[in-house]
Write a protein that binds this ligand. Structure first.
Ligand SMILES: [Mg+2]
Length: 458
């Protein structure tokens, strides 16, 4: 952290932690209204939308009406058609024969907390049509949901209510102001870089920071530069000009940037030039795995901190599972040993039956007894293995349920990282559940990664 001269913050779901349930209910209601206007049947107003269904990192298969969780090798490990879980063999039949082209238009990533409501609506409406025996084009349905949610964001159906009653939708973290102050006191300079528009950003920041600390008359005093409408991830790749926003009018930004003024758009290079900083001295804090983390890591030298609000629940579940994890590794070890024994008995049986088939010098009875004994041992080991496998499955189910009722852990899939977890590990230098956790560390903290072992080193 001592190398980071500038610390940039995204706004939505980073500085502003939304109450997920309230936000989802708001966007579902707004979207349902727009779908009705597009001619969708009335039953969609009566459906139960299970807000706890989706997690980040899911892949929507628009062609088949499925929602999928992949591991870090991009192999589908869990899936639902609508709200109906798909079995392992169904998944194998659908997704294992050919390489899954997750970047094609058939698929869509649920990669932000905003997008959870899209997945929730999709599975619920798919089930609604299926259970009524009505045919629907799943792909059209998903695209309609996406368009309607986007429209609801643009026309104020979602942002309007949030601005009117921020306390209902946004958590005012009491430690946020102190965190920003601590960073500033250590000589860091702070900037805001958000895709939100100024009127919205202003009202959210006012709610979060105004009046929090006596030394800061308004939220603007925490930041050395304010950039809105940044169009991430394009911001990192393209060359949009940095503009100054004043009285609703845009004009080309003049350097140096003025504190207290608001800037709009821009791009990575123009911002670094304006701040007078090289990329390796910038830490950017965001929540969007693609727009904030992947793109900034691929296109810039910025260090990244990812805010993962779900981490709090994930860590809690991890603690509750410690006994089960202990038992699971015992079960795996025993299974490993039994599988070894099973192979030995199988091999022995094969040899015995081959010898019996030929002209054997021993008498038939002794040979038959030996075969019977070998069969019995073989059967015993198989039975023990079955019992162990059942236990392993029960442990897995119990562990998964502690993390999430539908998908298990956000960051893991079985013994592997989930695809989402893999992206976090790959693109976020550090990750935490909320910005204010930084208050517990020195602004010069050196965050070290644990020693990374390859399998041959274990
Ligand atoms: Mg965000």
């Amino acid at each position: 952290m001592s190398r980071c001269a500038w610390i940039g913050f995204d706004l939505d779901y980073t500085l502003a932690i939304y109450h997920q349930r309230q936000m989802d209910e708001l966007s579902i209601e707004a979207t349902v209204n727009k779908l009705l206007a597009r001619g969708y049947p009335d039953f969609i107003t009566e459906l139960d939308y299970p807000i706890d269904f989706p997690i980040r990192g899911l892949l929507v298969d628009k062609n088949l009406g499925n929602v999928l969780k992949l591991n870090r090798f991009k192999v589908v490990r869990r899936g639902y058609h609508g709200l109906q879980e798909l079995s392992r063999s169904e998944l194998r039949g659908l997704y294992y024969a050919k390489k899954l082209r997750h970047k094609s238009s058939r698929y869509h990533w649920i990669d932000t907390l905003y997008a959870l409501s899209e997945a929730c609506m999709f599975v619920s409406i798919v089930t609604g049509f299926d259970s009524r025996g009505q045919k629907v084009n799943y792909r059209r349905l998903f695209d309609d949901i996406r368009e309607c949610i986007d429209l609801a964001h643009r026309d104020g159906a979602i942002l309007g209510p949030v601005m009117a009653a921020p306390a209902r939708y946004i958590e005012r973290d009491p430690r946020l102001a102190a965190t920003l102050h601590k960073l500033r006191s250590a000589g860091k300079r702070l900037f805001l870089l958000t895709n939100s528009h100024w009127d919205y950003a202003e009202s959210v920041l006012r709610y979060l920071l105004d009046g929090a600390l006596p030394d800061y008359p308004s939220f603007q005093h925490y930041f050395d530069a304010l950039i809105v409408a940044a169009h991430k991830p394009r911001f990192f790749e393209q060359r949009e000009p940095l503009m100054m926003l004043s009285g609703g009018q845009l004009s080309p930004a003049e350097l140096p940037l003025e504190r207290g003024k608001v800037y709009s758009g821009g791009n990575l290079r123009s911002l670094q030039r304006a701040l007078g900083v090289t990329g390796n001295r910038v830490l950017y804090v965001g929540d969007h795995i693609y727009g904030d983390m992947v793109r900034s890591k691929k296109d810039s030298a910025w260090r990244t901190a990812m805010v993962i609000p779900e981490l709090a629940a994930e860590v809690e579940a991890l603690g509750e599972c410690s006994e089960d994890y202990g038992r699971t590794s015992e079960v795996y070890q025993q299974r490993y040993e039994l599988e070894d024994q099973l192979r030995y008995h199988q091999h022995r049986l094969k040899l015995l039956s081959r010898n019996n088939g030929g002209a054997d010098h021993r008498d038939d009875r002794a040979a038959a007894e030996e075969v019977a004994r070998a069969k019995e041992l073989h059967a015993t080991v198989r039975k023990q293995l079955r019992v162990l496998n059942r236990e392993a499955k029960a442990l897995r189910t119990r562990v998964n349920a502690r993390f999430h009722p539908y998908w298990g852990s956000l960051l893991k899939q079985g013994n592997e990282l989930s695809l989402f977890g893999h992206q976090v590990a790959e693109y976020a230098c550090i990750y935490t559940s909320r910005v204010s956790n930084l208050l517990s560390y020195s602004p010069h903290q050196y965050f070290r990664s644990p020693h990374n072992l390859m399998h041959h080193e274990l």
